[in-house]
Design a protein around this ligand. Structure first.
Ligand code: SF4
Length: 501
């Protein structure tokens, strides 16, 4: 079996306005607005910026009837300006809004976790979409499973699959195939396991719906890019994925070059390879291959590690095969690859996509990036970020920050920067920074502390899933967050020269 060749999993074609995904079409990149959907001019301007950057599918939140109805004005203005961008409405909680939005947009995304289908609303939506040629996305989120599913399965990848399959079966019973499916989480291990299990479940029932990939709440900067690249890269390397979104807490048009870089990186891989799903990839059977508990970066002592360097055009498959063929099955391994890319961002994204999956899957025990032109400290930081994104070694605070949308109630980019400046030296902590109280608390999932928009200029603070301080003015919120971290014994002072007091 030649494992060094690349093949995408076969899927059916789905039309989203002028864009087709799945089948023989290239992996499409997309983004989402973070403007108020009632603000036509700002939303149109942002969609046009995303389109010019190369994102031809753009989603908007439609949280209520007013936003749903205003999609008509947004689409009309966009077409008048000469843009044929495919538009998607994001629906939470109110099925009636899905029916409104489906009159105007090219695709409707519903979340099975909070879509009430008590009186056949979903079946009616399918028929409405069929009549107008609108696609549907069944978009499951780890942090917002229905109570009924949660009570039986917990917030597990299996629960996410059960949730998606219920809705996919309704689509199939009705012979509606213009359906895309996603299984997002901010935890890369959960996200990758959920997609792999979903593919197995769909294959078992002969379903070939295209797959939308994304890591939610990935944060910003290099760290956000690396986290997305590990999760999305692991699945693209498996041949899974027909459209991707790299969610960043930044201007949405910034997401597009990163997404394109990932797509092009995988598209340039030649030929075919076998998709492997050995037992070890099952989340219930997850285990590390060797005895190493703290994976290493290349500047640390490497005695006792086998160094395996990838040289082919498909490094993930090449290294995976080499590891699985080792004479000593549990020999510790450092995976190594050379990158000639001119920017640190490109080195980080490609290395995360190539090497991150091997760490995430528990196959490799260390990482070694050769990148001439960048100094040791920069490369060490990237290597540590990849280990953290793969959830095998935590060396700095993890931020679970939502990308923001029309529901966001404060300047999340600036707030995230302020929170990072005071807390990034903390270890083994996860801090959720979320734009709204409606979806934020659920979606920050396993964060230790949460900073959530509760109303204009108001913030609610969480410890785990428990509300600690409700609805305080934003000017006080960061100090109160730090007090809360101190009170719980999770605070350490920053090393000299760093902020964080
Ligand atoms: S948490 Fe709220 S504000 Fe943030 S992206 Fe999700 S819905 Fe939008």
């Amino acid at each position: 079996m030649d494992l060094t060749k690349f093949r995408r999993r076969p899927t059916c074609e789905v039309r989203i306005g002028r864009v087709t995904i799945g089948g023989r079409y290239p992996v499409a990149v997309q983004s989402m607005t973070n403007t108020d959907t009632n603000d036509t001019a700002a939303s149109v301007a942002q969609i046009e910026r995303i389109d010019r950057a190369g994102g031809k599918i753009v989603r908007l939140t439609a949280q209520g009837r007013r936003e749903g109805e205003n999609l008509a004005n947004i689409v009309r203005q966009l077409r008048a300006d000469g843009y044929d961008t495919a538009t998607v409405a994001d629906i939470h909680f109110v099925p009636e809004v899905a029916a409104i939005a489906a009159q105007y947009v090219d695709k409707v995304r519903i979340n099975p976790g909070n879509y009430r289908n008590e009186h056949g609303e979903f079946e009616a939506l399918i028929e409405q979409c069929r009549r107008r040629g609108v696609a549907l996305r069944i978009g499951v989120n780890h942090g917002s499973l229905a109570k009924r599913v949660f009570d039986r399965w917990g917030d597990t990848p299996q629960g996410m699959v059960v949730s998606a399959m219920e809705f996919l079966r309704i689509c199939r019973e009705r012979d509606f195939d213009q359906v895309v499916v996603s299984m997002k989480s901010s935890n890369t291990r959960v996200m990758v396991a959920a997609y792999r299990l979903l593919v197995e479940a769909m294959d078992a029932e002969g379903m070939h719906y295209p797959i939308h990939l994304g890591v939610t709440e990935a944060g910003n900067g290099l760290e956000g890019r690396v986290k997305s690249a590990v999760g999305i890269g692991a699945l693209l390397a498996d041949g899974i994925g027909d459209t991707i979104r790299v969610s960043l807490t930044e201007a949405p048009e910034n997401e597009i070059p990163v997404a394109r870089m990932l797509v092009e990186h995988f598209a340039s891989r030649p030929g075919e390879f076998e998709v492997l799903h050995p037992e070890r990839y099952s989340p219930t059977a997850y285990r590390r291959r060797s005895h190493v508990t703290v994976p290493v970066v290349h500047s640390e002592p490497l005695d006792g590690f086998r160094i395996l360097e990838a040289r082919s055009g498909n490094p993930t498959a090449e290294l995976r095969a080499a590891i699985l063929n080792l004479d000593v099955a549990d020999e510790p391994v450092v995976v190594r690859r050379r990158y000639e890319e001119p920017t640190l961002e490109a080195v980080a994204v490609k290395a995360a996509a190539d090497l991150g999956p091997l760490l995430l899957d528990g196959l490799a025990d260390g990482i070694w990036i050769d990148a001439p032109g960048f100094d040791e400290a920069q490369i060490r930081d990237v290597e540590l970020m990849i280990l953290q994104a793969a959830r095998v070694r935590f060396s700095h605070t993890e931020y679970i920050a939502c990308p923001s949308c029309g529901r966001t109630l404060y300047d999340i980019e600036k707030t995230l920067a302020d929170i990072k400046a005071r807390t990034s030296h903390l270890k083994n902590l996860r801090i959720g920074v979320m734009g709204c109280i409606v979806n934020g608390p659920g979606e920050m999932a396993d964060a230790d502390y949460g900073y959530v928009g509760a109303g204009p200029g108001r913030i609610t603070l969480y410890k785990g899933r428990e509300v600690i301080v409700r609805n305080i003015p934003q000017e006080e919120a960061l100090d109160r967050l730090i007090e809360l971290i101190r009170e719980n014994g999770d605070w350490t002072d920053a090393p000299a020269g760093k902020s964080g007091k």
